[in-house]
Design a protein around this ligand. Structure first.
Ligand SMILES: [Zn+2]
Length: 213
């Protein structure tokens, strides 16, 4: 049996208050008439957060380890041997004057969480063949999940780039918000399709060796 991944996306978007408004507020005011603040160039940042979580298994044969994986992952609420959960959120500031609206600061956050099995005896168990079987499987499993992580990160960078390239020749920032968020959401959808295609093409990692035993 194989089984690997289930990529899940959640899109959150936070529209930060305009830079020339009350910066303590998280209000979603969309227009900011340029009266008090000087224009500043776009500052953009993509923050990547990757965390690893493990569920533990024990056993002295491939059968025992397989049973332990199935049991342990079920207890952990994990559908597959390993999963990658990811979410992307973005926020940005506006500046507008009488003739244009443009985006200043951009922050994109990509949060990725990998869930993987851990066999504590992988380096110490007396059965070398079992250790090698596990290591080969685990390496392929990890590579599969990391590919999901890279797809998520690429989406984050694409969103940052799409937001950075947005501006409108109008003082009204509302259409810019609509356009920008539509573009970002579209990138998320493309990314979800990429995850799906990757899993289809690898049979969730099975065809690339993420199978135990
Ligand atoms: Zn997968």
């Amino acid at each position: 049996m194989f089984l690997v991944i289930n990529a899940r996306s959640s899109v959150g978007r936070l529209i930060r208050a305009p830079v020339c408004a009350n910066t303590n507020s998280m209000i979603t005011s969309l227009t900011c008439v340029l009266m008090f603040c000087a224009p500043k160039p776009v500052g953009a940042e993509v923050l990547i957060s990757e965390t690893y979580k493990y569920y533990f298994v024990s056993g002295h044969s491939t059968e025992e380890l397989r049973t332990a994986i199935d049991s342990s992952r079920r207890d952990s609420g994990v559908t597959f041997d390993a999963t990658t959960n990811w979410s992307i959120s973005w926020q940005y500031d506006f500046l507008s004057d009488s003739s244009s609206c443009r985006i200043t600061t951009i922050n994109v956050n990509v949060d990725i969480e990998y869930q993987l099995p851990r066999w504590p005896e992988r380096d110490t168990h007396h059965n070398a063949e079992l250790r090698n079987t596990w290591k080969a499987y685990y390496e392929k499993l990890l590579q599969h999940e990391l590919k999901h992580g890279r797809i998520a990160k690429q989406a984050g960078y694409k969103i940052e780039s799409a937001i950075r390239g947005s501006h409108l020749e109008t003082a009204n920032c509302k259409p810019l918000e609509v356009l920008t968020n539509r573009n970002a959401t579209s990138i998320i959808e493309q990314s979800k399709q990429e995850h799906y295609t990757f899993d289809q093409s690898t049979n969730h990692g099975a065809s690339t060796g993420a199978v135990f035993p």
